[in-house]
Design a protein around this ligand. Structure first.
Ligand code: SR1
Ligand code: MG
Length: 404
């Protein structure tokens, strides 16, 4: 689809009145899809049309089923039911065109950009933890009829998109198995030694990978980074659940946490005014800890209110379950940090750091933290432990820098 095709499509589908004067532009900036905004100049009304091609925007080497568009559309509909107000409204799905129409969120900003502009988002932690608990707890076997859940597992089998994650997140950053990693050249040798050269790290990553591939715990978003969230100072809207499938809850929580850490590294490297920098870093640290701790509190509250499995009411059962989810989230935090620095899909928070020394230091700080999140994930049980690991890695990198 091109912008003109999107106009023709919107007319044909009757999304606008016959006398509308439509304009269209391609606004996608993700790695996979082309996304069109169609707007009526007369009324100012607009909507988004998303269509799924056979390959990824970032590279034709990724062949991915357009069925992901159905998955995304159905997920967004579910989000509107489970977490009202925290996802865009969807209007219509077209099985033949593999396209759907949804609410235009142009009044909001992509969260990654907002954080790179050092904006504080006072409601983000509350919104995202509500989103996580509503969409994740209520799709577990603890809260759902197991037969209904199994039918959903079948409906959301998503092998192509899972394969991307299995390769790009769980395998290649630690092995360079397909020779397509893309480390920052001044860090290449350090990464070879500290990451590819670490056998214990690979052993722990292997355990996390088998878990991702086999644990149908809840219907996860599957790609919940800060490029998949629209925000402003009042609103939060989650988009892009095309990677959704039944997988480990920690995959979503860990992605949110890791991407706040990219913003933390960006702010540390780019904010020149010391007082403003420290203030913003503190806000991000509170957000990181807040995501973990508010997620835990809301998850337990939902459990105590709505768990339906008879075993779920046993003493300590809920606490053990959520502890495991937080530990898994620590592991995924480490994986996401590592893969965005080492692998082929980077994040602008890091690539936009223009001072080479500062970028090198930001990357090594996050990679040091990544190793601890993966290797010592079992001792990350609350938000303060996550922040402590990040700050310890920062201090260690400062010491190493002084020795260089
Ligand atoms: C080929 S897709 C690369 C990355 O972009 C998506 O947003 C996912 O994060 C994926 O890993
Ligand atoms: Mg995406």
């Amino acid at each position: 689809m091109q912008p003109d095709d999107a106009i023709a499509y919107a007319k044909e589908r009757g999304f606008f009145p016959a006398d509308a004067e439509l304009e269209s532009e391609e606004i996608g900036d993700g790695n996979i899809n082309y996304v069109f905004r169609v707007r009526d100049r007369r009324s100012g009304r607009s909507l988004i049309i998303k269509q799924g091609g056979e390959t990824a925007r970032i590279s034709d080497a990724f062949r991915i089923t357009p069925d992901r568009v159905r998955i995304e559309y159905e997920m967004l509909k579910r989000y509107n039911e489970l977490a009202p107000g925290l996802a865009p409204e969807v209007y219509a799905y077209d099985e033949v065109m593999r396209a759907f129409a949804m609410e235009d969120l142009s009044h909001l900003s992509i969260m990654r950009r907002a954080l790179m502009e050092h904006r504080k988002l006072p409601h983000f932690v509350e919104h995202i933890t509500t989103f996580l608990v509503q969409t994740l707890f209520y799709t577990t076997d603890v809260a759902m009829d197991p037969k209904v859940k199994k039918a959903l597992v079948r409906r959301f089998i998503n092998p192509d998109l899972c394969e991307i994650t299995e390769d790009l997140v769980y395998t290649e950053p630690f092995t360079d198995a397909k020779r397509r990693n893309d480390p920052y050249p001044p860090n290449r040798e350090w990464i070879e030694r500290m990451i590819y050269g670490d056998d214990e790290l690979r052993r722990e990553v292997a355990k996390l990978k088998w878990q991702f591939m086999s644990e149908a715990q809840a219907l996860i978003h599957g790609d919940l980074h800060t490029g998949s969230i629209f925000v402003d100072e009042r609103e939060t809207k989650v988009i892009d659940p095309e990677f959704a499938f039944f997988g480990p809850i920690g995959y979503d929580v860990g992605n949110v946490v890791a991407n706040l850490m990219f913003a933390w590294a960006n702010a540390g490297a780019t904010m020149e005014d010391e007082a403003a920098r420290l203030d913003y870093l503190h806000w991000l640290e509170q957000a990181i800890a807040g995501v973990v701790d508010r997620f835990r509190a809301k998850f337990l509250a939902a459990w105590h209110q709505d768990a339906r499995d008879p075993l779920a009411r046993g003493i300590g059962v809920a606490e053990d379950y959520v502890d495991r989810v937080i530990v898994d989230s620590a592991g995924v935090t480490g994986l996401e940090l590592a893969r965005r620095i080492i692998g082929l899909a980077h994040v602008k928070d890091i690539t936009s750091i223009s001072d080479p020394e500062k970028r090198l230091k930001a990357e090594r700080t996050l990679l040091r933290a990544a190793k601890v999140f993966i290797l010592d994930r079992y001792r990350h049980l609350d938000g303060s432990a996550f922040v402590a690991t990040l700050k310890t890695a920062h201090r260690e990198e400062e010491k190493a820098e002084r020795r260089r």
